[in-house]
Design a protein around this ligand. Sequence first.
Ligand code: GAR
Length: 207
Amino acid sequence: MFKIGALASGGGTNLQAILDAVELGKINGEVVSVVSNKKDAFALERAKKHNVEAVYMSRKLFKSFDEYEDALISHFKSRNVDLIILAGFMVILSAKFTDAFKNKIMNIHPSLIPSFCGKGFYGLKVHEAVLEKGVKLTGATVHFVDSTADTGPIILQKAVEVKDGDTPEVLQKRVMEEAEWIIFPEAVRLFAEGKIVIDNNIVRRVD
Ligand code: GAR
């Protein structure tokens, strides 16, 4: 069985989309462990409701970031995960972690990469920047994770309209509903079925 591990920091609606897709049989696999760096992250509750292991592991519990990453690596290695999803995980992982699971980590980002991404662009801040710039189209991107923020090979993207009068919160909700909750489970499904390969940093479909 294809095993999925997850890292999440917040509400976990993207995690929910994956849990639902697994339950509906759309993803041929199982979520085996959800780890959060926030004790009260609702993502942990979502995991428990689906009888998935839910673990609180914060940087604060370790002497250094290095030891924190060591612990995360051994946690997921011991669960034999085939894929780790970053489902709203607000910690930037170093090369140590990304090399330990090379081409096996996927992130969802709430913009059309390479716009509005990289250090400092996360959560609502992305939508605030989009509205400030006045772009008319935004969207979401699923990509593999490498050692720098939001630069890994792009798997799927979906565009979403920016409307007059949008607030960051309204836009965030539309991007989630129209893009994130659709393309993230779809990217996981394709990967679990062996339908994507990385060729020279470019993701290609193999059917
Ligand atoms: C989502 O919009 C996700 O794309 C974003 O945080 C939100 C988490 O929501 N992630 C990033 O900004 C990563 N750079 P969720 O906890 O409800 O899935």
